[in-house]
Design a protein around this ligand. Structure first.
Ligand code: SF4
Ligand code: SF4
Length: 301
């Protein structure tokens, strides 16, 4: 529950500004690459497929089994995929909050809706909880179909590819690509009304990063003893996490945008800490082993 007596502290803007610079930078980068690819007479410049880290995951199986890439994927996919994986092991799904151009587009849609002073559509909590499993289903479906068909099966529907390849601009073909246009339109409309709807409910890469996030070294922690429970941190969260109820770590749906940390009126309640969840497991295992040793020592003596 929000406490009106607690005012937001003076906002620290550095992380917000830096994040926006990153988001704009990668957005411009990917759009430039798409324009170059569409204008190039030969396929001499990288396509959007070659610049997708998720392509690295899709092609990995064939690479390991047959030593060959799935058509339209390249070493660049594996390199980008590895980079995103290493990033996720360090800081969870921060890729989504800082780098992914599609995530930035989602943030832009939310910004636009707010500018028009239109209300957000709030998905009931119980429904939201179930819908969040959607991205794991999409992830499993894509990987299975990719292995089965040995091609980038999802690329015919992938809204990220449809929008950022800019083929709708340079080579519009409704008769052939209408399913992709339809999916992209639905995703854009949904994400206009529900912040980051695609990221929360359907993105396969976001799902994969959330899974890897369980191993990540850096996590945002909430100090329950210091927290006053005002929930000011929850308002700006783009993926609707119940930050004020998290204990001690924020869950792996977090995209590391740090909006909650900035909004928190106290300094110590929310902090980014070196705090992998597996560390707790190791410590409790060590404690159990010590207890077992002590117990058996007592029995022997
Ligand atoms: S969830 Fe998917 S679309 Fe959203 S920011 Fe992450 S990778 Fe990008
Ligand atoms: S919990 Fe905080 S850092 Fe994570 S997505 Fe929400 S606002 Fe961003």
């Amino acid at each position: 529950m929000r406490n009106p007596n607690i005012k937001p502290r003076h906002r620290r803007h550095w992380s917000n500004i830096t994040r926006r610079i990153f988001q704009w930078g990668f957005l411009i980068l990917i759009l430039t690459a798409a324009i170059r690819h569409n204008l190039a007479a030969e396929s001499s410049s990288a396509s959007i497929d070659a610049l997708c880290p998720f392509g690295g995951l899709e092609t990995l199986w064939r690479m390991l089994v047959e030593g060959r890439y799935i058509p339209k994927t390249h070493p660049s996919n594996l390199v980008l995929g590895l980079g995103v994986l290493l990033g996720a092991l360090l800081s969870g799904a921060a890729f989504c909050g800082w780098i992914c151009p599609f995530g930035s587009l989602m943030d832009g849609l939310t910004w636009l809706r707010k500018r028009f002073k239109l209300p957000e559509v709030r998905v009931p909590e119980a429904v939201d909880r179930w819908l969040r499993y959607g991205r794991y289903l999409v992830l499993a479906l894509i990987l299975l179909k990719t292995i089965e068909t040995v091609k980038l099966w999802f690329s015919s529907y992938d809204p990220y590819r449809t929008i950022f390849s800019l083929e709708w601009l340079f080579a519009f073909n409704f008769a052939e690509h209408w399913p992709a246009y339809l999916v992209a339109l639905v995703v854009l409309l949904a994400s206009f009304w529900v912040p980051r709807a695609w990221c929360k409910y359907a993105c396969p890469l976001g799902g994969a990063l959330s899974l890897v996030g369980h191993l990540s070294l850096l996590r945002i922690q909430r100090d329950a003893a210091d927290c006053k429970g005002c929930a000011l941190c929850e308002t700006p969260c783009p993926v609707g996490i119940r930050v004020a109820a998290a204990a001690p770590r924020i869950n792996t749906n977090c995209i590391g945008c740090l909006e909650c940390v900035e909004a928190c009126p106290r300094h110590a309640s929310l902090q980014v800490r070196l705090s992998p969840s597996w560390w707790d497991g190791l410590r409790s295992l060590a404690r159990r082993m010590r207890r077992a040793q002590t117990g058996s020592g007592e029995v022997l003596s």
